[in-house]
Design a protein. Structure first.
Lengths: 223, 225
């Protein structure tokens, strides 16, 4: 089953073309890594697929739902961990989790919240306000949100940035876990070595064009 | 997911954040105190003169204080790109809007309730008999300001000159609320019979219903654009 299908996706800001007719597909259970230099349009593409931004031209579907007309259906199946941590500075870690889950219609118990925080090794900071968190701790908390949400399609923008080795290991483990459950992961990164540990397919985005589309066969054996 | 739960969570989040940071309330109170002090020193009024002018002064203070709070309502969502999370969440966008309106309404009403005794004190007002009616007027007019202001706060939050654009866009839209609030407040403070100014209360009710419904539908478009 095709999880992500993009046909001729383009994005322009006035006369500046960020994406130029990008076409690709990702199947359910796959992890697709998107590489590219700074300014290539990786985050733009990711945010279009996550229904944050609209494409200027082209068409895409997520789990067979149309990217423009069926945004709400898509949003029920996806989660995005972006550069911004999507966390409120004046709420503590547990409160942030509770609010984030409430916005996804999930009632989270204290035990579930604690388990998620423990899994990303910040259980001891459950009552600490986010404004005192480091960038790495925020990334771990964002990962805890994804662990609780268990999305069918996960979009990750530079997932390994700011994380220490243990955090990267937890992130990689979680991606494998999602794929074992037939969930799909789409990530952008500059770190080819880390991507090789989790992704089975990869693409290279340059000057807004998916000029090189490599299929590693596979990067990582999930069995 | 029920609408009510989303509304509750948004209000809870805004209240908890504000109680901990006290950024919005403190700037609102500080501005309003300055307005009261300046007006109280500018006019040395007897009670009769005060009753004629004070309604306008009260609503100038309340409206501009409210704009400070409304402006911060969505700028707080910009930190860590939280607005993006709300945009792609499952939560009905209308419920997020109503939660934001409720939060803004509570902040503004809290400030008004704290400030009004200062108006009474500085301008030597006798409001014991009209206090219930005045609270109804404050309630209705503040709801109108919060309903429209929340929408415009969301509309201007991504604009670079948002601090300028919010009052420029909002104030013309809420002129009916301001006029109705001033006229009704003046009537109540003068001790006029209710039927003499009840049309202003009706205008506030109609404005609130119409603009809350319109803003409710527009909010999703604004959040997604």
């Amino acid at each position: 089953m095709t999880a992500i299908q993009a046909d001729g996706l383009s994005k322009s800001y006035r006369h500046f073309h960020v994406l130029d007719s990008v076409t690709f597909q990702v199947h359910a259970g796959e992890c697709f890594a998107l590489f590219g230099p700074n300014g290539a349009g990786k985050t733009t593409l990711l945010k279009i697929l996550a229904t944050v931004n609209r494409p200027t031209a082209g068409h895409f579907t997520i789990l067979q739902h149309d990217g423009v007309r069926e945004k709400e259906a898509i949003r029920r199946s996806i989660m995005m961990l972006a550069h911004g941590s999507h966390l409120y500075d004046d709420l503590n870690a547990m409160e942030n989790l509770r609010f984030a889950m409430a916005m996804r219609g999930i009632t989270m118990s204290n035990r579930q919240g604690k388990q998620a925080l423990d899994r990303v090794d910040i259980g001891a900071f459950a009552e600490m306000k986010i404004r005192f968190f480091s960038a790495g701790m925020k990334k771990r908390l964002a990962l805890a949100k994804a662990i609780l949400a268990q999305p069918q399609v996960l979009f990750l923008d530079e997932p390994f940035t700011a994380l220490d080795e243990a955090g990267i290991h937890t992130m990689i483990e979680f991606i494998h876990e999602l794929r074992r459950g037939q969930a799909t992961v789409f990530l952008t990164t500059h770190d080819r070595a880390k991507a090789a540990e989790v992704a089975n397919r990869a693409g290279l985005l340059q000057k807004g064009t998916l000029s090189s589309f490599t299929i590693k066969n596979p990067f990582h054996d999930l069995s | 997911m029920t609408y009510l739960k989303v509304i509750q969570w948004v209000v809870w989040k805004d209240l908890i954040s504000e109680i901990r940071s006290r950024e919005t309330i403190s700037s609102m109170l500080f501005f309003a105190l300055i307005v009261i002090l300046v007006f109280s020193f500018s006019f040395s009024m007897d009670q009769q003169a005060a009753r004629q002018l004070i309604a306008g002064i009260i609503w100038v203070a309340f409206a501009f204080t409210g704009i400070i709070g409304l402006g911060r309502s969505f700028t707080s969502e910009l930190q860590n790109d939280c607005l993006e999370y709300l945009q792609i969440s499952w939560a009905p966008k209308g419920a997020i809007y109503l939660g934001k309106v409720a939060g803004n309404f509570l902040f503004m009403l809290a400030v008004e309730v704290l400030l009004f005794p200062l108006f009474v004190l500085f301008f030597n007002l006798d409001v014991v008999e009209e206090i219930g009616l005045l609270l109804v007027i404050f309630f209705l007019a503040t709801l109108g300001l919060a309903a429209v202001g929340t929408l415009f706060s969301a509309l201007t939050v991504q604009i670079r000159a948002r601090e300028v654009m919010l009052p420029v866009l909002l104030l013309p839209m809420v002129i009916p609320v301001m006029i109705a609030a001033v006229e009704a407040t003046r009537g109540a403070l003068n001790g006029d019979p209710l039927f003499l100014y009840s049309q202003w209360l009706q205008l506030l009710v109609v404005f609130n219903i119409v603009f809350t419904v319109v803003s409710y539908w527009l909010f999703e478009l604004i959040l997604d654009s």
